[in-house]
Write a protein that binds this ligand. Structure first.
Ligand code: NAD
Length: 392
């Protein structure tokens, strides 16, 4: 079951930038962060519209004087208070992540930032350096990475049950934007605007999730990649609503990632399949409690979350919240990621970098790799789909 020792950690004073009324992902942050009493929401600049943000914050139980008009004022005033915020989550559109994260870090505040963490690799690496100089945690909200069966998959790879990894196929391909829905949907509209979304749409919006899961499960480094991207809804150009990325990994494995918003009829189809020389595993985010394990020459097995046969030393069990059999899902995954953020932020506050380094969490390097991958995908796709080295 869930490791209750985590719940004994000091409660962090937490704020949000963005995630306001009607936003897509603010509620998931609040559910994930506050579920274990590890984060208490005490301040916020919740909305681009200050008045709406204040009303919303007060409804959430935040004192009116700590519902700020903008993030600059919030960081300046909160960093002067004895009971000021320790950590902020940034759940605003992509174009704002770099400035807001930098401002928070320079005010001495730990950050959990949404993905993609920045527009460019240079900016992401600069943020990493600032966090390091100030002894702060910069986490990135790859919210699917808290699912227990993802960690079981990782454990099977680490314990060599698959043998040498040969193929990694990743996909996140939904159908919600098969038509030009952005005409009537502000949350979709900014995603198709390069000034707000960045150099990519589906690659950054959903491809980075599947890419991170592939990296987390296999630990394999990308050597080179080749990307093809296109906008089937023509008005979305230059941003893509569909992309395929072929990848070669350093150990000789190969892989493919399909990111799409025009996979008509599909809900999410976020699937990670890892093929080794002895066996394969497959995880699907719409059925997160199960992990398929297929050993060559034997019947396929469906491993179920919470069961005693999972690796008991591993996150697969210590993140289990409600026992086997009960359906568990999205908020539990987010809460598991937030619990990890609480562990490392408290450790950083105690100058215990050994714990930080020994603890898995989606850190700034995970964010950097997402941005590096996006830059390489764009470079490949926009140069006649040529192969490009993953690292310079
Ligand atoms: P959204 O458009 O639904 O909501 C954005 C919110 O930010 C709104 O409340 C808006 O008023 C507020 N905002 C905008 N600029 C602001 C500013 N300068 N100061 C304060 N508030 C501001 O967007 P969304 O879909 O919730 O996406 C937000 C971020 O979360 C994006 O980076 C997106 O990529 C990411 N996201 C991540 C996941 C995930 O699974 N991790 C899922 C969805 C979205």
């Amino acid at each position: 079951m869930f490791d209750d020792k985590v719940r004994e950690l000091p409660t962090l004073r937490w704020a949000m930038v963005g995630g306001g009324k009607g936003s897509q992902i603010g509620y998931a942050h609040r559910c994930g962060a506050t579920r274990d009493g590890l984060f208490r929401l005490v301040a916020g600049a919740f909305d681009i519209d200050p008045q709406r943000g204040r009303e919303f914050g007060v409804k959430l139980g935040v004192l009116p004087e700590r519902c700020y008009d903008n993030y600059q004022t919030m960081f300046a005033l909160e960093s002067k208070r004895d009971d000021g915020i320790n950590v902020v989550s940034i759940a605003t559109p992509n174009s704002t992540h770099y400035e807001i994260t930098k401002c928070a870090l320079l005010a001495g505040i730990h950050v959990v930032c949404e993905k993609p963490v920045t527009f460019t690799l240079k900016e992401a690496e600069e943020l990493k350096a600032i966090a390091k100089d100030h002894g702060l945690i910069l986490g990135v909200m790859y919210g699917y990475s808290g699912f227990q069966m993802v960690h079981q998959a990782r454990s099977l790879v680490q314990n060599n049950l698959l043998g040498e990894i040969r193929v990694i196929n990743m996909q996140f391909a939904h159908g919600f934007h098969s038509q030009e829905v952005e005409l009537n949907d502000p949350g979709a509209k900014w995603r198709m605007n390069p000034n707000i979304s960045g150099p990519t749409y589906v690659l950054g919006d959903i491809g980075t999730h599947a890419f991170y899961l592939g990296q987390l499960i296999t630990g394999l480094a990308v050597k080179k990649l080749c990307c093809s991207r296109q906008s089937f809804v023509k008005s979305r150009a230059p941003l893509e609503d569909n992309a395929h990325v072929m990848m070669h990994f350093e150990n000789g494995a190969v892989g493919m990632l399909w990111a799409s918003a025009v996979n008509a009829g599909s809900m999410h189809q976020q699937k990670i399949r890892v093929v080794g020389e002895k066996a394969s595993i497959e995880w699907w985010d719409e059925r997160p409690n199960q992990l398929i394990y297929e050993e060559q020459g034997k019947p396929s097995q469906v491993l179920e979350r919470g069961m005693g046969y999972l690796d008991s030393h591993d996150d697969a069990i210590s993140s289990d919240r409600i026992g086997a059999g009960h359906a568990e899902g999205f908020f539990e995954s987010w809460a598991n990621v937030y619990a990890r953020f609480a562990v490392v932020i408290n450790a950083a506050n105690a100058n215990d970098w050994q714990t930080v380094n020994a603890t898995w969490f989606p850190d700034v390097d995970a964010g950097i790799e997402g941005v590096r991958w996006l830059e390489r995908c764009v470079e490949s796709a926009d140069n006649d789909e040529k192969w490009v080295a993953y690292r310079e």
